[in-house]
Design a protein around this ligand. Structure first.
Ligand code: SF4
Ligand code: SF4
Length: 175
């Protein structure tokens, strides 16, 4: 019994001693900032299409899918009929960075970025308005333009439209 106690005691010391000479793995934040993968989910932005127009068409899908109801907006319409959000607000004090809004967005307007340094002492500063969210680039997919895909009339054969793949003959999948 005493022998086992001594063994356990010295094993602990040996383990600690070995770690004294190992390279530390602690990352000294904020002096050292790790580059996060591009798909990390943090700060949310509203992006623009390649023509410089804001992508958001105020369809409310992101707002509807958000599990904590932290997105709100009011839709408006331009003279050419294109919709846009008159105002767009995200309450980052409630956001859980789940990414559902990005998944639901048909125009790739709303995107989560790896920028995670968004901490604030005053909670009201975590409410972001459209001018805080709207950026001057296309984010993850700079080429995508919703209006080059939406509303395309169905002329021609299936599989011949923009970025459309040839239809699959389901019978060929049968065992
Ligand atoms: S990341 Fe999730 S919680 Fe945050 S705004 Fe989008 S849907 Fe809502
Ligand atoms: S960000 Fe996307 S999902 Fe949300 S309202 Fe705008 S177009 Fe719709």
């Amino acid at each position: 019994m005493f022998k086992e106690l001594l063994k356990g005691f010295f094993t602990g010391f040996v383990t600690t001693f070995k770690h004294l000479f190992r390279k530390p793995v602690t990352e000294q934040y904020p002096e050292y900032k790790r580059t996060l993968p591009p798909r990390s989910r943090a700060r949310i932005i509203l992006t623009r299409d390649p023509d410089g127009d804001e992508r958001c068409v105020a369809c409310y899908l992101c707002s509807a899918v958000c599990p904590v109801s932290c997105i709100s907006m009011q839709s408006a319409q331009r003279e050419d009929g294109r919709r846009y959000p008159r105002w767009f607000r995200i309450n980052f004090a409630r956001c859980i960075y789940c990414g559902f809004c990005e998944e639901a967005c048909p125009t790739l307007a709303i995107q989560l970025t790896p920028h995670f340094e968004t901490c604030e002492r005053e909670v009201l500063k975590l409410v972001a308005e459209k001018e805080d969210l709207l950026v001057n680039h296309g984010g993850k997919n700079k080429e995508y333009n919703f209006y080059r895909h939406a509303g395309v009339t169905m002329v021609g054969d299936k599989g011949t439209h923009v970025n459309e793949e040839k239809p699959v003959d389901l019978k060929t999948n049968l065992p």
